[in-house]
Write a protein that binds this ligand. Structure first.
Ligand code: PBG
Length: 329
């Protein structure tokens, strides 16, 4: 085993037994780090499957409460809520997002009432589910998303979420100054305890495809004038730094798998917690391949979540949260 021509350094020694490998694992995803995104739709009385996201549903208010209880029992860290208004009620400014009786606002109250003690309850703070044109903000006469008018609406939306009892709002529209606008509104209205998980480096990604089905999106076209170009890592770091300066309590990189270099770079640049969002298309691709028997679903799931954590994510938003938590217990 030794002598001229044989390697002296033998890393394989440390991989020899399961006990060695377990002892030496550098990172291990914990269930508490996982956040389950959930959809709740107005006006339905039973959960509705989402074809491109097998295993994920649009919830009714009742089924959402039950699913939140299940999530708490699974020991995950939290939930991220998305609201789908009655399509008839979508309008140019997304007014249902602000109405205290709007679906997301009542769902936050429901979930906080049900599991607020056990789970961190988070809300997607964006107008795209609520506007009839499907953009994340309001449009000016030329069809350009009007940054500063949108900020006023985000500020109001954050107050509705805070009043409903949310722990963390997640501004996800990629408007300039959105974190500062939301922080100021919350502080001015006695919601200093409500935190901000900023979707800081959010890329214009084709991997959001299934999500658009999940939220009955009305979008025509794309979001490239506000979401980032996939080519840009430095810009992602800059966005995260700006959000921290504006008062973000945690920052997010989204999607996950195609942007792990951005996760690592953001992790190195900030001192607040870093989250990443394993998005609908990333989920759907694995589910589709697994359904054909082409990959081992559970193994790929754990590999991908471990990779997110290894890259530097403290928190991972994933549609697999419950299944992964069961495997990781
Ligand atoms: C915007 C938002 C989107 C997602 C989360 N928040 C969609 C978009 O930017 O088009 C995508 C999540 C996913 O694909 O799983 N409200």
């Amino acid at each position: 085993m030794s002598g001229p021509g044989f390697p002296v350094v033998r890393p394989r020694r440390m991989r020899r037994t399961p006990a060695l490998r377990r002892m030496l694992a550098e990172v291990r995803v914990r269930p508490e780090q996982l956040v389950l995104p959930m959809f709740v739709a107005e006006g339905i009385d039973a959960p509705r499957p989402i074809a491109s996201m097998p295993g994920v549903v649009q919830h009714s208010r009742d089924s959402l409460r039950a699913a939140a209880t299940e999530a708490a029992a699974a020991g995950i860290g939290g939930v991220m809520l998305f609201g789908l208004p009655d399509p008839e009620k979508k309008d140019a400014t997304g007014s249902q997002a602000i109405d205290p009786a709007g679906i997301l606002n009542v769902a936050i109250t429901d979930v906080v009432g049900e599991v607020g003690e056990q789970l961190t309850v988070m809300s997607d703070l964006c107008l795209d589910e609520f506007t009839d044109h499907g953009h994340c903000g309001v449009l000016d006469p030329d069809g350009w998303v009007d940054n500063d008018r949108t900020l006023e609406l985000y500020a109001e939306m954050s107050l509705a979420h805070a009043a409903a009892g949310v722990d963390l709002v997640g501004p996800s529209g990629m408007m300039d100054g959105q974190v500062a606008a939301v922080r100021r509104a919350l502080d001015d209205h006695d919601h200093g305890g409500t935190g901000i998980l900023a979707y800081s480096a959010k890329y214009a990604s084709p991997a959001y495809g299934p999500f658009r089905e999940a939220v009955n999106s009305s979008l025509q076209g794309d979001r490239r004038t506000y979401q980032q170009d996939p080519a840009n890592r430095r810009e992602g770091v800059r966005e995260a730094l700006l959000d921290v300066e504006e008062g973000a309590d945690a920052v997010m990189v989204k999607p996950a798998m195609s942007y792990l270099d951005v996760v690592a770079a953001v992790r190195a640049a900030v001192s607040v917690p870093v989250a990443t969002y394993h998005v609908s298309g990333e989920y759907a691709m694995v589910e589709a391949a697994a359904a054909r028997g082409w990959v081992d679903r559970d193994a790929v799931m754990l590999e991908q979540l471990t990779a997110c954590h290894r890259a530097g994510a403290d928190v991972i938003l994933t549609y697999w949260a419950l299944d992964a938590a069961a495997l990781l217990r």
